[in-house]
Design a protein around this ligand. Structure first.
Ligand SMILES: [Zn+2]
Length: 384
């Protein structure tokens, strides 16, 4: 990897040389041996793994001016892509400090510096840079808007994220309803956690107004009705979510069963769950709810029959769990089954229920926003 880095640096330096010759730099320099010597010193530092000293030499080798700024920008972005963000920052700050550059060149360097800060996780500095770029109202404003959205989502500054998303929609024409709906749902969930149901309802209404068929907003709608004790309405919302996509069954099953129970219709809950597997095209999902179904009716044969129809390691691990916890077996048999259950769980990845279909991030709970690749709605349930 280090050899590859040297090759890239050397290639960049050759580009430097070509540019220097083009600018007749050597002819204009009183001491014509200064450049080759510094060049060799820089290479020597690289070979001795003293990259910081090498960088210093190379930056000094070529002064930033109107003609060389593009080369410096390329070198900075090369360092950032390699993960050497501090070096990229030094190069871009060095460019910005030069007074002789045009406004456009300065803004190019500022945009690059903003991305450096973003990559380094220095979000407050990145925000300031991108806000400055927005003020400049030049060709970089689109890029600055998307970067600001990225920052506010990482910071969970949902109100700011909404403002910027609306601005992106106005400026670029890109449909941002899905994003804004998620931001309102985030605010609503925070309000629920803070015990402010009135605010939670207000934010939820905004989310539904922007995207009425959002599964997340409907799920939240059901949850709020359940909290308010309006179990019939909650039940209809929960059912809407499941019937829209049964993959969300594990998220709503407890709510559904609770609502049936609160309405004194526990048996109807069992009936409803049984009816689901007949409409279930992703039937293995049904096995994810095995424990809840078993706890309701203790119909082990029914559960087993589902596993026979839709064999899956996940289902097997769940059923073994039921047998271990609920059946009257000796301690030795229990231990044997426990070991078997652990093997099945490992094979099924049972402890890793959710994964991001974009970057492969694995989570134990349903997340709407992937913290790794920063995509919405990319985390799916794994039910193999
Ligand atoms: Zn991801």
């Amino acid at each position: 990897m280090f050899n590859l880095f040297i090759v890239i640096i050397v290639a960049t330096l050759l580009f430097f040389v070509w540019q220097l010759i083009r600018l007749k730099f050597i002819k204009q320099t009183k001491n014509k041996f200064k450049f080759p010597r510094d060049y060799l010193v820089g290479i020597n530092y690289l070979l001795n793994e003293q990259e910081d000293k090498a960088l210093e030499v190379f930056i000094n080798l070529l002064e930033v001016d109107q003609n060389t700024v593009e080369t410096h920008l390329a070198l900075g972005s090369l360092f950032r892509r390699k993960g050497e963000v501090n070096r990229a920052i030094r190069i871009h700050q060095n460019i910005i400090a030069r007074p002789q550059l045009s406004q456009e060149q300065r803004l190019d360097a500022l945009l690059a510096l903003g991305h450096d800060y973003l990559n380094a996780g220095v979000l407050d500095r990145a925000e300031r840079v991108f806000l400055d770029l927005l003020q400049a109202k030049d060709g970089h404003s689109h890029s600055a808007l998307y970067s600001l959205l990225d920052i506010y989502q990482q910071e969970k500054s949902w109100r700011k994220a909404i403002q910027i998303s609306k601005k992106i929609q106005d400026v670029t024409g890109k449909e941002m309803a899905k994003f804004i709906s998620h931001h309102y749902c985030e605010l609503s969930e925070s309000a629920i956690e803070g015990g402010d149901i009135t605010a939670a309802i207000r934010y939820l209404k905004s989310a539904l107004a922007i995207q009425h068929n959002s599964i997340r907003a409907n799920l939240l709608d059901a949850r709020i009705f359940e909290i308010l004790g309006k179990h019939k309405k909650a039940l209809s919302r929960y059912k809407k979510v499941v019937e829209n996509d049964i993959i969300f069954l594990p998220e709503v099953i407890k709510g559904i069963l609770n609502c049936y129970e609160q309405c004194d219709k526990k048996e109807n809950g069992i009936e409803y769950l049984r009816s689901l597997h007949s409409i279930d095209s992703k039937a293995s999902v049904f096995l994810l709810a095995t424990e809840e179904i078993y706890s309701l009716e203790h119909d082990f044969k029914f559960i087993l029959s589902q596993l026979e129809i839709y064999p899956s390691l996940f289902g097997l691990a769940k059923i073994l769990n039921i047998v271990i916890n609920d059946c009257n077996i000796s301690e030795e048999q229990q231990n044997n089954l426990l070991s078997l259950g652990e093997v099945a769980s490992k094979l099924a990845g049972a402890s890793k229920k959710y994964f991001c279909n974009h970057c492969g991030f694995i989570s134990k709970a349903l997340l709407w926003y992937c913290p790794s690749c920063k995509k919405w709605d990319s985390i799916l349930l794994s039910c193999n």
